[in-house]
Design a binder for this molecule. Structure first.
Ligand code: GDP
Ligand code: MG
Length: 166
């Protein structure tokens, strides 16, 4: 029994950092075909005794402004549709942006299950952003620091009971 987890969020919130932390070196072969497939990275995730497929909805790191181009929306929707569970990252240091709101709306409509996480939550600079995240209407935000590995036991605590459903 296993499940797939899509890491969703606007550029620069820390998706790939979290992906790398969960996947380590167990990266699936990257599809080199031109087109949209190369923009979704898939790997074998490991967290404690859990094993699952992780999908990084990457490929838009060139989008630096806070906007949601059609390509980013389509890519996100594809990752969401593929996944049993979506881990929606916001940047706790930046707070909730208009693009976060749009992504939250997509997730509310399409995702089978959403886990909201406020990343970059290490230190006091993240407090305001964590509080803002409650306003997305996706429940209590999980505090994560993908870079420093903080919050991983809490992520495990949320995923472990869900994993039994798959
Ligand atoms: P992506 O565009 O969503 O895939 O984001 P990346 O994983 O490429 O990370 C964007 C930037 O945020 C990089 O400079 C990371 O080092 C940084 N970053 C990622 N996670 C954290 C974190 O937990 N804390 C802090 N302070 N920075 C982070
Ligand atoms: Mg990335």
């Amino acid at each position: 029994m296993t499940f797939s987890l899509a890491i969703v969020g606007r550029p620069n919130v820390g998706k790939s950092t979290l992906f790398n932390r969960l996947v380590g070196k167990r990266l699936a072969l990257v599809d080199d075909q031109p087109g949209v497939t190369r923009d979704l990275r898939e790997g074998e995730g490991k967290l404690g005794d859990l094993r699952f497929t992780v999908i990084d909805t990457a490929g838009l790191e060139d989008a630096t402004d806070d906007s949601l181009p059609g390509r980013m929306r389509r890519l996100t929707e594809r990752g969401v549709d593929m996944a049993d569970i979506c881990l929606f990252l916001i940047d706790a240091r930046a707070g909730v942006t208009p693009t976060d709101e749009i992504l939250a709306e997509i997730l509310r409509k399409r995702a089978k299950h959403v886990i909201l996480a406020a990343n970059k939550a290490e230190g006091s600079a993240a407090e305001a952003g964590v509080l803002e995240a409650y306003g997305l209407g996706l429940g209590e935000p999980l505090r994560l620091s993908a870079e420093h590995g903080e919050g991983m036991p809490d992520l495990y605590g949320i995923l472990q009971p869900l994993a039994d459903q798959f």
